[in-house]
Ligand binder design. Sequence first.
Ligand SMILES: *Cc1c(COP(=O)(O)O)cnc(C)c1O
Length: 288
Amino acid sequence: MENEVSTWRFKGNEKLNEASCISIRGILSTVRQSLNNEDSRPIVPLGHGDPTASPCFRTTTAALDAMVDAVRSGNYNNYCPSPLGHFPARRAIAEYLARDLPYKLSPENVFITFGSKQAAEYIIAVLARPNANILVPRPGYPGYASQAVSHNFEEVDLQAVESLADHNTVAMVIINPGNPCGNVYTRHHLFKVAETARKLGIMVIADEVYGHITFGEKAFVPMGAFASIVPVITLGSMSKRWLVPGWRLGWLITNDPNGILAKTGVVESIESYTKVTCEPATLNQPRL
Ligand SMILES: *Cc1c(COP(=O)(O)O)cnc(C)c1O
């Protein structure tokens, strides 16, 4: 009797199990479990968006050499001096992203994370409060992807966004260029997104992991270009464009030329969260 569940005071967290079922990894593991092991046909890995699954996608030797040199130098075995990231790396990322922006981005706008997935975790932790909600895109959610592709669903339905938003809505997420549909929003459409968010009083969280990876005519425009209308949190990483998802180098950017994220305490909360969670890895940060 002493091994009955009821005799123990602890138990697992069911909310985590719920969340894992709707994550990409959760869905993939369900798919894998249903694969027939005796079937020897090769499996094409389309699920996880890992470019390294294809041998033709390899990062540049310059990046590999820098990583090898860093390992051999013995200078990068330390904890990162700041939980916000290594300052030269933050500066390099700010300079790189500012090329596409109409205003200056400073290293203080850059927070280095374990991939953009952790950057998303940062901003969700910061915005979380009882009843708060965030509008997320569909397509973007696996169950609706195939439907969306077949209907050429390309732009955010801004009327729907307005009707879905309520007084507890704090942010809307856009994924541009989009995964899974590959849609690329025009400059004019991003302007409209900014205006809608401004009207609703919510921030825009822009997942730009695929920034500059576009097929077709439309050029990539960062959402941050409209940050003078509405504050924008940009999430990005080296994972897809530089073909190194396992390096786990990502960033969260505060695009906020009017200082609204500072005034509303969001910047301070992001900084606080970096102290609560673990600091970024040292080895993978660009050394300039
Ligand atoms: C791959 C992917 C991510 C997560 O990438 P990281 O490796 O954590 O930077 C986030 N958003 C989209 C749309 C992705 O495809």
